[in-house]
Design a protein around this ligand. Structure first.
Ligand SMILES: [Fe+2]
Length: 263
C-alpha cells in the first residue's frame, strides 16, 4: 500500500517553456532507462528477493523512482505549458504534439513507446541486482546527456537532484548485492538461483549432478521446501527454517509496513 503525499520529492519551478527540451527529457519518463522502467523493475523484482534487507531496498528505491517519475512528468508539463501549435511546430515538438498534444505519455526521446521489455524481473536476485546496478548507471548517463544540452537553471536544478539519486541507488544496490552474496555459499554464489534452487544443487532433468556443483548448505536460501530448478519438482526433505531464512511471501505485508529511510 502506498500513501500519496501531495508534493514533489524536490521542487520543480520552470518559468520558461521549452518544448524542444521536453521532447528530449521525456526519455526519463518512458525511455529504456527512464523512471517508469526503474520503478516497475524494482517493484516487480522484490517478490523474488529471499532476504528481508533486499526486499526492503527494492521497495524503497522502487517507491522513490515513482516519485522521480512524478518529478520528470512535472518538468515535461511545465516545459510545454500554454504551448501554441505554432510554437510546437517551430520548436521540434510537432511529432509528439500530433499524437499527445501536451499530455505526458511515456516514450523515449526517439519516439519509441514504453514497454516492459525495457526491464527484467528474472526471479533470481543475483541476476536482478546486476541488472539494477547497470540500470542505475544507465539512468545516470542519460541524466548526464540531458545536462549537457541544458542552459536553463530552472531545469538544471531538479535534473541534478535526480542524477544524484541514481548514484545513491547504485550504492545501495551494491550493498544489497554484497548482503545477498554474503548469505550464500562463497564458492557457488554465482552459479545458481537463490530464490528458487537449493544451494549449489541445480539438477538436470536426468537427475545427474556435475562434480563440484554442490556446495555447503546455504542457510540464507533455506525455504520451507526445496524445488528442482528445471522441473519445479519438490526435492528431498524440507529444509529446516532458521532465523536467517528468507521471508515467505506471507511476510510481505509486514515488510511493506516497515518504512526504511531512503539512502
Ligand atoms: Fe534510480
Amino acid at each position: 500500500m502506498w500513501a500519496y503525499e501531495k508534493k514533489l520529492q524536490y521542487p520543480v519551478r520552470i518559468s520558461r517553456p521549452n518544448p524542444t527540451l521536453a521532447s528530449l527529457i521525456i526519455s526519463q519518463v518512458g525511455g529504456p532507462d527512464g523512471e517508469l522502467a526503474a520503478s516497475m523493475r524494482y517493484l516487480s523484482q522484490r517478490y523474488a528477493m529471499p532476504y528481508r534487507e533486499g526486499m526492503a531496498t527494492l521497495t524503497d528505491i522502487g517507491t522513490e523512482e515513482l516519485a522521480h517519475l512524478e518529478m520528470v512528468s512535472a518538468i515535461i508539463y511545465q516545459l510545454t505549458r500554454n504551448l501554441t501549435p505554432e510554437e510546437a511546430q517551430a520548436q521540434g515538438f510537432a511529432p509528439y504534439y500530433i499524437d499527445h498534444t501536451t499530455g505526458v505519455w511515456p516514450q523515449a526521446a526517439s519516439g519509441e513507446p514504453f514497454t516492459s521489455n525495457f526491464f527484467q524481473s528474472k526471479g533470481d536476485p543475483i541476476t536482478d541486482l546486476n541488472e539494477d546496478l547497470a540500470a542505475e548507471q544507465k539512468a545516470r548517463t542519460t541524466y548526464d546527456n540531458i545536462l549537457r544540452l541544458l542552459d536553463d537553471p530552472d531545469v538544471i536544478d531538479p535534473i541534478r537532484f535526480l542524477r544524484q539519486r541514481e548514484l545513491v541507488h547504485y550504492q545501495r544496490f551494491g550493498e544489497t548485492l554484497r548482503i545477498v552474496q554474503d548469505k550464500l555459499n562463497a564458492r557457488n554464489f554465482y552459479a545458481f538461483n537463490p530464490a528458487f534452487d537449493t544451494a549449489g544443487e541445480i539438477q538436470p532433468r536426468d537427475g545427474s549432478r556435475q562434480a563440484g556443483e554442490r556446495g555447503e548448505a546455504d542457510e540464507g536460501s533455506r525455504r520451507k521446501a526445496r524445488y528442482n530448478g528445471n522441473t519445479g519438482e519438490r526435492l528431498g526433505e524440507p529444509a529446516v527454517e532458521t532465523e536467517s531464512a528468507g521471508p515467505d511471501l506471507d511476510d510481505l505485508d509486514e515488510m511493506l509496513c516497515e518504512p526504511e529511510e531512503i539512502g
